[in-house]
Design a protein around this ligand. Structure first.
Ligand code: GLY
Length: 351
């Protein structure tokens, strides 16, 4: 088992190890010795496969379990399902010394994390990510949110979990398409700051060494989050590929998955960086080659004029500028804050 420490105001560990799901009870009683009841939130895909193992492990250590299964899919990150969760927590009498457990991918993690952040002004949460994307990104760092019709993740809170339990065995039941979505975030870490990781991905494709990749990606994320918990500085680097990726995702009305949108966003910013002379053409081509190796898209079918309003609507935008994370070479990126006209030029250059 590997433990990676996240040094936030309230530090915690990301535990990575095969079979860890069956140790949920002992992890919870170690990190939260006062917890008597766990509200386990999962979805209709993950629940039938893993809920029983998690709840039995909790019950064995004397922690009562109340389970709630939401419908799988981004549509569940809604105000209605959030309210449904709060009603569930109220009916189950979950108190401030109890714990919410998020068992699932990014949707469950964001939604259950936000319910934990706001229930009785905030109670403890344990994240158990079961998708690659959630393991390397969304379960770590405390971002929680729901969507509004006006946009994705518009209502949320920073609420760090008390622990992240990452059992790579759960990846074996992940549908191929969802697994590839997570690969886009993994490729992001290689472009961002690890040439060796990037080369390993190019060489091995989806047959990559899972424990090496998980621990390397989480370690990179741990460094950024520990240095900048609330994303006012270097943590913004983790948004590589996301500025244009989010716009592409929103423009598709969320029919294009987050992972595929980020993949295109990575390719667009890399091509734009090459066109602007910030990186060489070989680096930009390497990004595209890697995405294609994973069966991920690298081209955006949408015209700049249609995407542009979505870039402007992104919540990460400042009043008069857009933040772009730009590759200088594989393994090194920089933050570029530009005016809207320049940002639009970057978008056009990369499409
Ligand atoms: N997903 C990027 C971050 O957590 O900062």
């Amino acid at each position: 088992m590997k433990n990676i420490r996240i040094e936030t105001g309230k530090p915690y560990d990301v535990m990575i190890g095969s079979g860890l799901l069956d140790n949920t009870g002992s992890v919870v009683s170690n990190v939260l010795p006062k917890a008597r009841k766990a509200a386990v939130i999962t979805d209709s895909n993950v629940g039938p496969v893993y809920l029983k193992r998690v709840s039995s492990s909790l019950e064995k250590t004397g922690i009562n379990c109340a389970c709630h299964v939401i419908r799988a899919g981004e549509e569940s990150k809604s105000m209605a399902v959030y309210e449904e969760l709060l009603t569930f927590l109220a009916q189950e009498g979950i108190t401030r010394s109890d714990v919410v457990i998020a068992l699932g991918g990014g949707v469950v993690g964001d939604l259950a994390g936000f319910a934990a952040a706001t229930w009785q002004r905030g109670i403890s949460c344990i994240q158990i990510p079961t998708s690659l994307l959630a393991m390397v990104d969304s379960s770590v760092g405390g971002k929680t949110a729901i969507d509004l019709p006006a946009g994705k993740n518009l209502v949320g809170a920073f609420h760090q979990p008390s622990a992240v339990i990452c059992d790579p065995d759960t990846l074996t039941t992940l549908p191929d398409d969802i697994f590839r979505d997570g690969c886009a975030e993994v490729i992001k870490y290689g472009v961002l700051e690890d040439r060796q990781l990037f080369d390993h991905l190019l060489e091995n494709g989806t047959k990559f060494d899972r424990s090496y990749i998980l621990s390397t990606c989480v370690s990179v994320k741990a460094r950024y989050v520990s240095e900048d918990e609330r994303e006012s500085g270097v943590r913004r680097m983790l948004n590589l590929g996301h500025t244009f990726g989010h716009a592409i995702e929103a423009h598709s009305d969320f029919r294009l998955s987050h992972g595929k949108s980020v993949a295109i966003g990575l390719a667009v910013i890399a091509r734009a960086a090459a066109a602007k002379g910030v990186c060489d053409a070989a680096a930009s081509e390497a990004v595209t080659d890697c995405l294609v190796r994973f069966g991920l898209p690298d081209r955006c079918p949408d015209p700049a004029e249609e995407l542009w309003p979505y870039v402007l609507a992104d919540k990460k935008r400042r009043a008069d500028s857009v933040i772009l994370i730009v590759p200088e070479r594989i393994g090194r990126c920089r933050i570029l804050e530009v005016g809207p006209e320049q940002a639009e030029e970057w978008l056009r250059a990369g499409l």
